[in-house]
Design a protein around this ligand. Structure first.
Ligand SMILES: *Cc1c(COP(=O)(O)O)cnc(C)c1O
Length: 229
């Protein structure tokens, strides 16, 4: 089977899963955006997915993402990984959405980079659901101040929140906590409606609590080859 056929089959199976999850949650499929996380897979896979109709692709390393964004057009690029401040300007030059904004210094750096590039970015605030900031994410208590910074930053639009379910935790409980943080955020920022949650293993639980963006890698592209260095 060709890679194109492989991806087509995996996408059809994934679409069935998403449709079933939406039906179970009483939600419309159109409320949920699939972000295909293509990290470590070749740019050719990105182009194949685009040609199959996947319009949102996610990456987690600047160098790799930048190269793919230069090679593959016609998609929206989502940056979903931990981001060093010194890489922010580069990411701002090609990304459309950054899901991993977790500290004020990163807001400032992305804003500056967006300004330099003459671009606008949607930003999601990454929330830590296990209280371990080493794994990325702002503590829920720090979200309001971070949100104010993002909302006020030139070139950035505060779009919502993102989280990864903690290892070993019940994703349904973790995502319910995220949904609460999201609801509180919308009290002050009505347009910050994006809720990025759910990966290959827990997308059903994410759809159940109202996720608007699913970040799916393995279930679509298969196991990841070792990172490109
Ligand atoms: C790799 C990655 C994903 C995709 O994970 P899968 O389990 O392969 O679907 C989603 N979100 C983030 C932040 C990632 O780094």
């Amino acid at each position: 089977m060709s890679r194109a056929e492989q991806l087509e089959q995996a996408l059809a199976a994934l679409e069935q899963r998403i449709a079933a999850a939406c039906a179970a949650a009483g939600r419309a499929r159109e409320e949920v955006t699939l972000v295909a996380v293509t990290k470590t897979h070749p740019a050719g896979d990105c182009a194949l997915l685009r040609d199959l109709g996947v319009r949102d692709l996610g990456e987690n390393r600047d160098q790799e993402a930048k190269a793919k964004a230069a090679e593959v057009d016609g998609v929206r690029w989502h940056f979903v990984g931990g981001l060093q401040t010194n890489k922010a300007a580069s990411v701002a030059s090609y990304a459309d959405v950054v899901h991993s904004v977790d500290r004020p210094a990163l807001v400032a750096a992305l804003s500056k980079g967006a300004g330099k590039a003459g671009r606008h970015l949607d930003v999601l605030l990454q929330v830590s659901l296990d209280g371990d900031p080493d794994r990325g994410g702002a503590l829920p208590a720090d979200v309001p101040v971070l949100a104010e910074a993002a909302a006020a930053a030139a070139g950035l639009r505060l779009a919502g929140v993102m989280a990864v379910a903690p290892l070993g935790a019940d994703p349904a409980l973790a995502f319910a906590q995220l949904a609460e943080v999201a609801a509180r955020l919308r009290e002050d920022h009505q347009d910050a409606t994006a809720l990025s949650a759910g990966m290959s293993g827990d997308l059903e639980q994410a759809v159940q609590i109202g996720a608007t963006h699913l970040r799916v890698g393995t279930a679509l592209l298969g196991r990841r080859p070792p990172p490109i260095r």
